[in-house]
Design a protein around this ligand. Structure first.
Ligand SMILES: Cc1ncc(COP(=O)(O)O)c(C=O)c1O
Length: 385
C-alpha cells in the first residue's frame, strides 16, 4: 500500500451513507462499474471485471477461456503459488518452466515444455517487471495456445507501449495490500474478448445471481463460484486508480537513480530486464556470481534498504508449492486434476535447477517509495561499500 487517504475515506463514507454496500449489475453507475470502466480505459482493454482477489481473477480468466480437465498450463518456477493453483482450480495441470536471469519465465523452456495437451501459458510479471511477451506470444501462436498474463505484481506496468495484463488473451491484477494500488484484497480480470468476459462474469457471480433476464449474456450459463467485489472495495479502487500514475512515476524515479549508481558496481550486476521503461519500479534485482556472495551482501547491507533473496520468499518458489509437488490438486480425490492427466506428470524439487541457481544468486532491493530521490541515491551508494 503506497498511498491512501481522504479521497478513499470520503468515497467509502458515501457508500456507507447510501446503504448500498453490495454491487448491483443494473448499469446504475455503481462504484464497481465506474472502477471497471476506468480501469479498462486506462489499460486499453474492452473488458475489466473486478473479483475478490488476484487468485480468483486468474481462475476466472482460465474459466473464461474454457481451460479444464486434461489441459496443461505452463507456469514459471518463480511466482506466488496462486499462479500454479489457478489451473488446478479449473481442473487443469500446472507445468513448471524455468525462469531466466530476468527472473521471468524463460521462453526457451516454455517451448520445451509444450506438449500436445498444453492449452495455455501464464507468464508472470514478477516484482513489477515485464515478461518477454514477444517471445511468449510467438510460442503461443505457433502452438495455438492461450496466454493469460499474471500481472498481479505489476499493476500499471507496460511492455512495448502496452499495459501488462492487457496483452494476452486475458490478464489478472491483484489489489491485495502489497500491490501498487490496493483495497486490502481484490483483483480484476482483463480481456479484449466478450466471450471470455461473459464466462468470467458467470463464474464470478455464482451463475449470474445478480443479473436480470434482460441482461443475460450470450454465453451459456453454468455453475460458478461467488467472488464478487463489494461497493466498498469498488469505491476505494476508483480512487486508488487515480493515484496509479503518480505512484509509478515516483517509484520509477527512485529506481532509476539507484540503477544509475548500482550499474557501476563491481561485485554484482543488475539483472537483465525485458523492458526497463515499463518496469513499475517497485524493486531492483541484483545478480551475484554465487549464492554465498549474495548472502554476504545481505549480511553487510540489510540495514540500509529492504532486501530479500527471491530464493527465500516462501511460496514464491516452486519447491515450496506443496499441494502441487504432492499432486494434491483438490479437496476430494474425484476432483483432483491429476487424476485426469493425459500423460504421467512428475515433479521434483530439483526439476528447475537453473531457476534455483538464479534465485539464490539474486538479491532484490525494495525501492524506498517514501524517500526522496536524493535519499534513494544515497542508499544505493552505501551498497557499494
Ligand atoms: C504473481 C502473483 N500472482 C497471483 C497472486 C494472487 O493475488 P491475491 O493475493 O490477490 O489472490 C499474487 C499475490 O500476491 C501474486 O503475487
Amino acid at each position: 500500500m503506497y498511498e491512501i487517504g481522504r479521497a478513499e475515506i470520503d468515497a467509502v463514507a458515501k457508500v456507507i451513507r447510501s446503504r448500498k454496500l453490495m454491487r448491483d449489475f443494473g448499469g446504475q453507475g455503481t462504484w464497481c462499474e465506474r472502477f471497471e470502466a476506468a480501469l479498462a480505459q486506462k489499460l486499453g482493454v474492452r473488458y475489466a471485471l473486478t473479483t475478490c482477489s488476484g487468485t480468483t481473477a486468474l481462475i476466472a480468466a482460465l474459466v473464461g477461456l474454457g481451460i479444464g480437465p486434461g489441459d496443461e498450463v505452463i507456469v514459471p518456477a518463480y511466482t506466488f503459488m496462486a499462479t500454479a493453483l489457478a489451473p488446478l482450480a479449473v481442473g487443469a495441470i500446472p507445468i513448471i518452466a524455468e525462469v531466466n536471469e530476468t527472473l521471468m519465465i524463460d521462453p526457451a523452456d516454455v517451448e520445451r515444455k509444450v506438449t500436445r495437451y498444453t492449452r495455455a501459458i501464464i507468464p508472470v510479471d514478477m516484482i513489477g517487471r515485464a515478461c518477454d511477451m514477444s517471445a511468449i506470444l510467438r510460442t503461443a501462436r505457433r502452438h495455438r495456445l492461450y496466454v493469460v498474463e499474471d500481472a498481479c505484481q505489476a499493476v500499471g506496468g507496460s511492455y512495448r507501449g502496452r499495459r501488462l495484463g492487457a496483452i494476452g488473451h486475458a490478464g489478472a491484477y491483484s489489489f491485495n495490500y502489497y500491490k501498487n494500488i490496493s483495497c486490502g484484497e481484490g483483483g480484476a480480470v482483463l480481456t479484449q474478448r466478450r466471450d471470455v468476459y461473459e464466462r468470467a462474469l458467470i463464474y464470478h457471480d455464482g451463475a449470474l445471481t445478480l443479473y436480470t433476464s434482460a441482461q443475460r449474456p450470450r454465453e451459456t450459463i453454468f455453475a460458478g463460484g461467488k467472488v464478487r467485489f463489494s461497493e466498498v472495495h469498488g469505491a476505494i479502487m476508483f480512487q486508488q486508480l487515480k493515484r496509479l500514475d503518480r505512484i509509478l512515476n515516483r517509484l520509477r524515479a527512485r529506481q532509476a537513480a539507484m540503477r544509475e549508481i548500482l550499474s557501476k558496481a563491481k561485485g554484482f550486476r543488475l539483472n537483465p530486464s525485458n523492458e526497463i521503461e515499463g518496469d513499475c519500479g517497485s524493486s531492483l534485482p541484483l545478480l551475484f556470481e554465487t549464492p554465498r556472495q549474495a548472502l554476504a551482501f545481505m549480511a553487510a547491507h540489510a540495514k540500509h534498504l529492504g532486501m530479500i533473496r527471491p530464493y527465500d520468499t516462501g511460496k514464491h518458489v516452486y519447491t515450496r508449492w506443496e499441494p502441487v509437488l504432492n499432486k494434491r490438486g483438490g479437496h476430494h480425490p474425484m476432483l483432483n486434476p491429476y487424476r485426469y492427466a493425459r500423460r504421467k506428470i512428475s515433479y521434483s524439487k530439483d526439476m528447475c535447477r537453473a531457476s534455483l541457481d538464479i534465485l539464490a544468486r539474486t538479491v532484490t532491493l525494495t525501492v524506498p517509495y517514501r524517500a526522496t530521490v536524493a535519499e534513494a541515491r544515497a542508499s544505493a551508494r552505501k551498497l557499494l561499500g
